[in-house]
Write a new protein. Structure first.
Length: 391
């Protein structure tokens, strides 16, 4: 079946990625040096999608202002979800732009174009929906699908805890308009509704839902340190790598170790070492003799002379002072009310964190937005937004 249109669900905040999502939604967090959503658009276009509608909500202005009305000559239509009431509700809001079978993807996860192509090729007129699946040992906090040998979906389970033979739901669908009618029925009841709810209702009504297991790659950034794993995967898949922008300035005595991405207008000072597995966002400065390794450094960040940043994730406009040390992970970390032992992160510094030099970050440190850290301080645990840390 030929399907050329897509709806991208990009209205959520990404609560488990706080404090990085204080000022922007999860789809706009960096994957390498570009927003996650930009990679989603690229994979849709690679799968021959030529019409894209984007459902936006939390901080949706950040998405609109970044992409505008088109991306790579593909027109973008925006649909506003003012209250985040689930993916089913989001799709219902986009019903006015859906005409016939349509691809639906999450805008905050990475999917290979092969998954999209496999779902489109599998979908037929007998199915109300088709789901892209991957084989994965650990389903964990994601959705699992029980599949018959003939490709028929038997059951969809969120966060499965039993040991049945689940496939992971990759969040790639082709849906027919009759799914929208099912969502309309679900929306007559209170609460939040997902696409999984709607497809479960279809199965209960005797409709056919198909699944296809794909060999394409898939990854999600659920927690801040997952952005490091995402960049590793993108390097390994050849999506990014060994790219130094023409406008970047790299001192003759600096060392840039592969794989690495250095975006526009960056400057790497004398004796500095950047890489391997380092991503420097636009207009980032790495001072003399500084070291940046296996880190995702977002735009407009300053890393001072003789500083070290290993296993580090930053937001926008961060200032690591001279001689500051992020020694690398793992470390114990807290996100919201959850505690993680041996989280694979040296430190997370959200937007506009400023340290005044000589600061030491204990592995697993999570520093909120607009925090100021006094020179010589030791930072450990979770620091709330808009806080001052004294030595």
């Amino acid at each position: 079946m030929s399907v050329s249109s897509a709806v991208v669900l990009a209205a959520g905040e990404g609560i488990r990625l706080r404090p990085l999502t204080r000022n922007r939604p999860k789809p706009m967090l960096p994957a390498g040096t570009r927003p996650i959503l930009e990679h989603v658009f690229d994979q849709l276009i690679a799968a021959d999608i030529d019409s894209i509608a984007v459902v936006v909500g939390y901080r949706g202005d950040r998405i609109r202002s970044y992409f505008g009305s088109s991306y790579r000559e593909i027109e973008l239509t925006y649909v506003e979800q003012e209250r985040q009431l689930g993916t089913g509700h989001a799709l219902r809001l986009a019903s006015s732009v859906i005409d016939g079978a349509t691809v639906v993807v999450n805008g905050d996860q990475f999917v290979d174009s092969r998954i999209i192509e496999d779902v489109v090729a599998t979908h037929d007129a007998d199915a109300a929906a088709t789901i892209g699946l991957i084989n994965r040992q650990e389903i964990g906090e994601y959705g699992g699908v029980i599949l018959e040998d003939d490709g028929s979906v038997v059951e969809l389970v969120e966060n499965p805890q039993d040991d049945r033979a689940y496939r992971l739901n990759a969040g790639v669908y082709v849906v027919d308009p009759n799914l929208l009618e099912t969502i309309e029925r679900l929306d007559m009841t209170p609460g939040e509704h997902s696409l999984v709810d709607a497809m479960t209702t279809l199965l209960e009504d005797g409709e056919t839902v198909r699944g296809v297991v794909s060999e394409g790659w898939w990854i999600d950034a659920m927690y801040p340190w997952d952005l490091l794993a995402v960049s590793d995967m993108l390097f390994d898949a050849g999506v990014i790598g060994d790219e130094v922008a023409a406008s970047a300035i790299v001192h003759d005595s600096a060392i840039v170790r592969s794989p690495v991405v250095v975006d526009r207008d960056c400057e790497i000072g004398p004796g500095a070492v950047v890489g391997p597995h380092a991503c420097l966002g636009e207009n980032t400065t790495v001072g003399s003799n500084a070291v940046v390794e296996r880190s995702v450094i977002d735009a407009d960040t300053r890393i001072g002379a003789n500083a070290t940043a290993i296993d580090c994730v930053t937001g926008v406009g961060v200032d690591l002072g001279h001689g500051t040390v992020v020694p690398g992970g793992p470390g114990d970390a807290r996100i919201g009310d959850r505690f993680f032992e041996d989280a694979p992160i040296g430190a997370l510094l959200a937007d506009r964190v400023t340290d005044n030099g000589g600061v030491t970050y204990v592995p697993g440190a999570i520093v909120g937005a607009a925090v100021t850290i006094e020179a010589g301080a030791t930072v450990r645990g979770t620091i709330d937004d808009d806080t001052e840390v004294h030595s």
